[in-house]
Design a protein around this ligand. Structure first.
Ligand code: C2O
Ligand code: CU
Length: 494
């Protein structure tokens, strides 16, 4: 059943009507002693107030990052997580609601929570050193912000490569006006997994950086102890090999079962929470209709399979056939797959390792989807263009934007009210899912509204955004290892 709505509602601490408009600065400055670093607090407050829906609810929740032991469905691993098993708690609100989340850090290191894809107030964006102080061990940090746009989002730390543990969860923002033309909803979260199996993400990063770290489970081309995976579709698709690929926290030998009845229409909210792996996703015996990407509606597109980069989401509509089917997420350019079982009838589950033929038919990249008219950016030439040349490579392990790693980069300056074009120019042989915080961009030329877009090797992708959310915002590759090795830059309102 995936992560069901009922279970989620039970997981939320409760809701109450909200009286005031924007939250007070004093409230969030809580126990961790974080300070507002963003330059113009009053503007942020005004922008925040316009996002609140009349009659909005306040949704409260708690997150407890902590050391955990997870049973992945056979392998038992010691890791850091938000829950005792699988992804963190599902958070769910309606567009225009206020979300209050108290994060109590029981990890041995500092952490943070970033609300990926949400156009929120800058001081709640969860980037230590930019928008808040790190949440130290033992501290509680309170996040409070309005969720303006419906869609499928997720949350994760913005602290090193912590994302590559079990520190991620899904945030669904429902549309109070959407009829919902489906019978069922399944939430499907993909993840590449290595923590607790012999190396930690930090050790892998250190190994990549020192060029001495030897990876186990070799399945790609080896260069000086490093691995490079070649993807037929994308070129280099990732730097790290993983022993497991998980769907909703389970290895393929012990998959979750998603149950329905033949003929039912299912909305699948698909999230790629992996750090270093793009997935090619297909459901055996079914066509997929992509209705949304990164939360925003697109002109519905039928396909056999979908390629989802790290940080990307897609909502799919599927009409269920009669039988038992494999839902497979194949690691692009690597070996391994994650899977779930879709069941509408009795019968044996498909054997592990089965490859639906759909994986090799039409494979859609979300960047090529067309935006739904309702969420298209109004036609207007850009007031400002920033070109971001993506460079670097494996030897040495260093990833750059405009020739420099993050710690040497000048911010990309924008002004409130401008239409801004970002041109991502990929000069490398790897692909980079580029993500902008606090904004949703439109892929130039009528493409989808997104917050994360895969830029394939040798290609340029231009995106347009309205600079309507003042503050300091990270722009980076959502390969966690690339970002940590430099492929990150600040977008700053002047
Ligand atoms: Cu999910 Cu800065 O990213
Ligand atoms: Cu990258």
């Amino acid at each position: 059943h995936g992560i069901g709505r009922r279970r989620l509602l039970a997981g939320l601490a409760g809701t109450a009507a909200l009286a005031g408009a924007a939250g007070t600065a004093a409230w969030w400055r809580g126990a961790s002693g974080a300070r507002l670093i963003a330059p113009d607090g009053p503007v942020i407050g005004r922008v925040e107030a316009t996002r609140r829906r009349p009659g909005a609810a306040t949704v409260t929740a708690g997150l407890h990052p902590r050391p955990v032991t997870h049973d992945l469905g056979g392998p038992v691993v010691t890791t850091w997580g938000y829950a005792d098993t699988g992804p963190g708690p599902l958070l769910r609100a309606r567009a225009g609601d206020l979300l209050q989340v108290a994060v109590t850090n029981d990890l041995p290191v500092s952490t943070s929570v970033h609300w990926h894809g949400i156009a929120l107030r800058n001081d709640m964006d969860g980037v230590p050193g930019l928008t808040q102080a790190p949440v130290r061990p033992g501290d509680t940090h309170r996040y409070e912000f309005t969720v303006p746009d419906p869609g499928t989002y997720f949350y994760h730390p913005h602290s090193g490569v912590q994302l590559d543990r079990a520190l991620y969860g899904v945030l669904v923002v429902d549309d109070p006006h959407e009829p919902g033309d489906h019978d069922l909803e399944w939430i499907v979260v993909l993840d590449d997994w290595l923590d607790g199996t012999g190396r930690t993400p930090d050790e892998v990063l250190a190994g990549l950086r020192s060029m001495g770290g030897r990876m186990d489970g070799m399945s790609g081309m080896t260069m000086g102890g490093m691995e490079m995976f070649r993807s037929p579709l994308l070129g280099g698709a990732g730097d790290v090999s993983y022993p497991y690929h998980l769907v909703n926290g389970r290895v393929p030998d012990a998959p979750v079962t998603l149950t329905g009845r033949p003929g039912q229409r299912v909305r699948i909210r698909l999230v790629n929470a992996a750090s270093d792996t793009a997935y090619r996703v297909a459901l055996g015996g079914h066509r997929l209709t992509v209705t949304h990407t990164d939360g925003f509606p697109v002109v519905p597109a039928g396909t056999d399979a979908l390629l989802l980069g790290m940080g990307e989401r897609a909502d799919l509509l599927v009409t269920l056939a009669d039988g038992v089917f494999p839902l497979v997420a194949e690691a692009e350019g690597k070996t391994g797959q994650g899977r779930a079982v879709v069941r509408t009838a009795a019968g044996a589950p498909p054997p592990a390792g089965v490859r639906p033929a759909e994986l090799d038919r039409t494979v859609l990249l979300p960047a090529t989807l067309r935006t739904a008219d309702a969420v298209a950016l109004t036609g207007r030439p850009p007031d400002r263009v920033h070109r971001l040349t993506l460079g670097g490579g494996m030897m040495p392990y260093r990833w750059t934007i405009n020739g420099v790693p993050h710690d040497h980069a000048e911010p990309l300056v924008v002004a409130h009210g401008e239409r801004v074009r970002l041109e991502f120019v990929n000069t490398t042989t790897m692909f980079h899912p580029m993500h902008v915080h606090g904004h949703t961009f439109a892929v130039a030329g009528g493409g989808a509204r997104k917050d994360t877009v895969v830029v394939t090797p040798g290609r340029t992708v231009a995106v347009d955004l309205d600079a309507d959310n003042p503050g300091r915002w990270m722009t980076h590759c959502h390969n966690a290892y690339h970002a940590e090795a430099g492929m990150m830059v600040e977008l700053a309102y002047r």
